[in-house]
Design a binder for this molecule. Structure first.
Ligand code: ZN
Length: 147
């Protein structure tokens, strides 16, 4: 894999969009993060396809997503079983998720979603396998613009 390769366009990854945290009990964790950040969550959203219930917090420019499994086949249930609660993924905002999936595949990353899917908080998302990113599950997300 290239290191300081000139063809890498860093502008394609804009910023960390949010950090995802796997929790066992969303209600209890909402209280903890409300105390920690000093603000209540602004949204709770269930993503049926992922088997998760999410809760979002904004603190300044930062966003935290808490994820609770809604069934035992959920990736979050499996994650907690294996590793316990904690940081689950880092999400990067991108302008063109399809182009970014292609770019990362070209760089040798294992992209779990060939075509982006609808995620929480009005985003198209795709994940990069932690095996190919130093143990970090990376989520790419692109804001869905109203037509
Ligand atoms: Zn996320």
């Amino acid at each position: 894999m290239a290191h300081m390769d000139a063809k890498i366009n860093f502008a394609q990854v804009n910023k960390i969009e949010h950090v995802g945290i796997a929790v066992k009990d969303l209600e209890a964790s909402n209280e903890i993060f409300e105390k920690l950040l000093g603000v209540p969550n602004y949204k709770i959203e269930e993503v049926l396809s992922e088997g998760v219930k999410t809760s979002f917090f904004k603190s300044g420019p930062n966003k935290i997503e808490l994820l609770e499994a809604t069934n035992e086949d959920s990736p979050i249930a499996k994650y907690i079983e294996k590793k316990g609660e904690g940081v689950h993924h880092i999400a990067f905002a991108v302008d063109d998720i399809t182009a970014e999936i292609e770019r990362l595949k070209g760089e040798g990353f294992i992209v779990l979603n060939e075509t982006p899917k609808k995620g929480a908080d009005n985003k198209l998302v795709a994940f990069v396998h932690p095996k190919s990113a130093n143990g970090v599950l990376v989520e790419l997300c692109q804001e869905i613009k109203e037509a």
